[in-house]
Write a protein of this length. Structure first.
Length: 161
């Protein structure tokens, strides 16, 4: 029998677009290898270069994805919120974060054990491919959004000349 927490996670996963219509056994595996966590404002959730062993589903709050333009200049690439997935570096060797993630507000998230999920995906390539395709859509959407922001920024600089 599932605990109340496990049942709540399973319900959240079942209703999230990334996980909808996945095999029940895989959903249960995800629920079994996850936990609810909280981050206070300013908390660095992960740091560029560190091992990427987790990814997150934001349930509430806001998270900034950041990187250093220079040694002292931090740039916010994107702000994510409720329902967004944070982190995909766990999918690609060498499994290191390419950005920082910082809580802007109090954040409640579900943290997933990415190493366990990678093993599961290798053991069941068909289910693994479904997840990779779904994560790829998120990556594509984020890259397109970053491209639009870059184009807007470049357009503003051209207008100011």
């Amino acid at each position: 029998m599932l605990s109340k927490g496990e049942q709540e996670i399973l319900t959240v996963l079942s209703n999230h677009p990334l996980f909808q219509n996945l095999d029940e056994e895989l959903l249960q595996f995800l629920a079994d290898h996850s936990q609810v966590c909280w981050f206070e404002p300013g908390h660095l959730i992960f740091r560029e270069g560190d091992e990427a062993g987790t990814f997150y589903l934001i349930q509430s709050g806001q998270v900034a994805l950041e990187f250093f333009l220079t040694e002292n200049a931090l740039y916010t690439l994107e702000t994510l919120g409720e329902g967004d997935i944070v982190g995909w570096s766990w999918l690609f060797p060498p499994f290191r974060w390419h950005l920082n993630a910082r809580a802007l507000t109090r954040v409640q998230a579900i943290a997933f054990d990415a190493a366990a999920l990678r093993q599961r995906m290798e053991a069941d390539p068909a289910q693994g491919m479904k997840l990779v395709q779904r994560f790829s859509r998120i990556i594509f959407q984020r890259l397109q959004a970053a491209r639009q922001r870059l184009a807007q920024t470049a357009g503003r600089k051209e207008q100011s000349r």
